[in-house]
Design a binder for this molecule. Sequence first.
Ligand code: NAD
Ligand code: TYD
Length: 336
Amino acid sequence: MNILVTGGAGFIGSNFINHILSKRDDLNIINLDKLTYAGNLENLKPVEGNKNYTFVKGDITNAELVDYLFRKHSIKYVINFAAESHVDRSILGSEIFYKTNVTGTAVLLEAARRYNIEKFLQISTDEVYGSLGETGLFTEKTPLSPNSPYSSSKASADTAVLAFYHTYGLPAVITRCSNNYGPLQFPEKLIPLMIINALNNKKLPVYGDGLNVRDWIYVIDHNKAAELVFEKGKPGEVYNIGASREMKNINIVKLILNKLNKGEELIEYVKDRPGHDRRYAIDSSKIQEELGWKPSFNFEEALDNTIDWYLENRQWWQRIISGEYQKYYELQYKNR
Ligand code: NAD
Ligand code: TYD
């Protein structure tokens, strides 16, 4: 079983490949990744030298390369993790978001159609639904209403995936997951950024009033759900994934400071993110009832694991924050 996994050098994709190849040897994974700022081959150390794993450096928007890989590896399965994934970066410049997330997905879909593949899994996000008020949950029937260039590019990709299912019968499924945390997450996202800033005694920039709510899930729980949808999800269907762990940003930040024995004077309220979605919360009853998935990690324990991972892997993030990242960080927070 040959699976083209895209974006497998990023946070969720690398956790997925490491996890799945640690327990299965009946599948071959071809990881196509452009190695953008967010892609890191160090993330894939556990599978280096594994006979069931092949890495290809390349861009999902490169139709010729994608066609060649489908042919060469007789690809019958695709899991598309590859994306520009950070909302703040999409606000700084949206072009690459539409190119990778929309055009890239369309290139993969075209190849998938030509080669009659058996399953296409699109890894999407709950952000396509937009923002919730104080109550209510996103279901799969919630209308798409994305507010950031990132989420609008992911929503566009989702509509392309469903269009290929309806028009060509492509056996495609979509997962829409809530905010992930865990080892190997690039330190531009809330949880790793706050852990690393706290460890460095740097200010922790909290946007706006800090009361925005995200629904948090440990990356392994997300990946187990994705694996299940890949195996058993019904073509043409969307499955929400979430662990029902809503948290206000400021409470997460305080929890991290507390766990690291740091004081709250490190918190700095900064100018809000433009178009900042107020609240995300997922109803995952469909995947629970139809496919039998449920989250297995407790938030506090998994957050502890995550903090421990960043404490034990300082070299991993020190290399990142001492490089190109510094320029982004300054641009992002100087004007806030
Ligand atoms: P990430 O930014 O950590 O990794 C993205 C990976 O894609 C990187 O390895 C990068 O090099 C690669 N990539 C980017 N552009 C590419 C291109 N044109 N061709 C080939 N590879 C390319 O992202 P992540 O957090 O691991 O997210 C993975 C997927 O999960 C994304 O599709 C994202 O929208 C979705 N998602 C993320 C979250 C979250 O909380 N991080 C939640 C729900 C859904
Ligand atoms: P983020 O990790 O960027 O994920 P997303 O925007 O995709 O939900 O942000 C999570 C929440 O944390 C979001 O409400 C924005 C907020 N946030 C801050 O307050 N400060 C920060 O430095 C970052 C990166 C995010």
